[in-house]
Design a protein around this ligand. Structure first.
Ligand SMILES: CC(C)(COP(=O)(O)OP(=O)(O)OC[C@H]1O[C@@H](n2cnc3c(N)ncnc32)[C@H](O)[C@@H]1OP(=O)(O)O)[C@@H](O)C(=O)NCCC(=O)NCCS
Length: 402
């Protein structure tokens, strides 16, 4: 019997969530269902049914994503899973097609996701759009270079206070940072501020700390401590879940605070901003133990709308020919720059939609794509012109897996 893809009814929700979680070897808890109802619109959660039984799920949060020079609606793809009994029969492929058509109809030109495995999504036109760093820093070797001395003060907040202070601060930061998305109040209460025991993975509760300068909030950190002692020596890990400042000075003070916490040996962050000033602020960059991870993947569901909404640096326009086997409405030529249009003019550059996604937020320029043989230059100098147009002030970053 053919596989049917549709949104489960409210009565069918728990069974569908069980199938989705089971594909990760897990099971939903009661509070997961409540959380899900509050943050995921019913018609954006999909299940695949075989003979009436759910055997996989996929979903897309309604996000507003910061792109260079603007904000755009984007589907935050999540809950992707197919039961081991049904793997490699094309069900993920069916989900992907269904989602692209659905997002296209809804007028959401972009889909974004974090991949459980890096090899899954390239074939569907996703490209690595905001690579991230992971940090496992040695606290004992932390030292700031040319340290101007501490400024301002840090204050702890409980979850209710955090709900008053952090969203406004976050918003100031995310509007300037391609790759970040807007958070609803429910996103804060259900995800960022919520702290069920099983999310702790052996660590303690979430702490919320705000850095204030002249009584104005300028930075914050959310973290946990995993206590550990070896032969009587404290070896705890500090797990930084999020740390931001609105300025270089505030960022420095937030990290000064985090690296100052006693009993901690390692300061860890699974998603560390590649545009952070910290590596250039410390005396010993190597002691931060930074490694690169693929981070945020992006799919241009509607190339025209997505290219139109972002800004470009001044420079000559350029014609880019985009190939897209899965979303044929995207295949074609686009004149990009100060003016924007679909065109029949000869292309200066040719590339696949997944590779354009890697350039879209500013993570990779066209020279980098060319070095990896991901773009063809048809007009001499086109790589340099396109790189100049797409140039951004900072690398994109998405601080949160969803
Ligand atoms: C990843 C997963 C959803 C794939 O579902 P699926 O229905 O088996 O995928 P499909 O049959 O549609 O596969 C489509 C193609 O992708 C490939 N593919 C699928 N999963 C892959 C993986 N994990 N790594 C590499 N390639 C993969 C398939 O080989 C197939 O390639 P082909 O077209 O060349 O034959 C499923 O294996 C799963 O649930 N895994 C565990 C949970 C998980 O990791 N979910 C993703 C969260 S981001």
């Amino acid at each position: 019997m053919a596989i049917e893809i549709r949104s489960p009814s409210q009565d069918e929700l728990l069974a569908a969530m069980r199938a989705g979680e089971a594909s990760f070897g897990d099971a939903p808890q009661e509070d997961d269902v409540e959380r899900h109802r509050k943050t995921m619109p019913e018609d954006r959660f999909l299940a695949a049914y075989d003979n009436g039984r759910p055997i996989g799920t996929a979903a897309a949060f309604p996000f507003e994503l910061t792109v260079p020079g603007g904000q755009v609606r984007a589907g935050g793809v999540t809950w992707v899973g197919v039961l081991p009994s049904h793997r490699r029969r094309g069900i993920l492929t069916q989900f992907m097609r269904y989602q692209f058509d659905d997002l296209h109809e809804r007028g959401e030109p972009i889909a974004i996701l974090f991949a459980s495995e890096s090899a899954i999504y390239g074939r569907f036109g996703y490209g690595i759009a905001a690579p991230s760093l992971a940090m496992g820093a040695e606290r004992a070797r932390f030292s700031l270079r040319d340290d101007p001395g501490a400024t301002g003060a840090v204050r702890f907040l409980d979850a209710d206070e955090a709900l008053e202070v952090l969203p406004g601060l976050y918003d100031r930061i995310r509007q300037e940072m391609p790759g970040m998305f807007a958070r609803t109040r429910e996103w804060w209460t259900e995800n960022k501020l919520a702290d069920p025991e099983r999310w702790r993975r052996g660590a303690g509760p979430k702490f919320f700390a705000v850095h204030e300068h002249d009584a104005r909030p300028e930075g914050y950190a959310i973290y946990r401590v995993k206590n550990e002692w070896q032969n009587g020596i404290p070896q705890s890990q500090l797990r930084v879940l999020e740390a931001f400042g609105t300025s270089a000075a505030a960022t420095r003070e937030v990290w000064r605070f985090l690296f100052g916490i006693d009993l901690v040996a390692r300061v860890e962050s699974h998603l560390f901003d590649p545009g952070s000033p910290l590596p250039l602020m410390v005396r010993d960059m190597r002691s931060l133990h930074l490694t690169v991870v693929d981070g945020l993947w992006l799919r241009l569901v509607d190339v025209e709308a997505a290219l139109r909404v972002r800004s470009y640096a001044p420079g000559d326009t350029i014609v880019i020919e985009v190939g897209d086997a899965l979303c044929p409405w995207n295949s074609g030529r686009y004149r990009v720059g100060e003016s924007f249009e679909r065109t029949d003019d000869a292309p200066d550059l040719e590339l696949d939609v997944a590779d354009l996604a890697s350039a879209y937020l500013g993570a990779f320029d066209f020279h980098a794509l060319a070095r990896a043989q991901r773009v063809t230059e048809r007009t001499a100098g086109a790589l340099a012109r396109a790189s100049a147009l797409f140039r951004t002030e900072r690398p994109p970053f998405c601080p949160e897996i969803f």
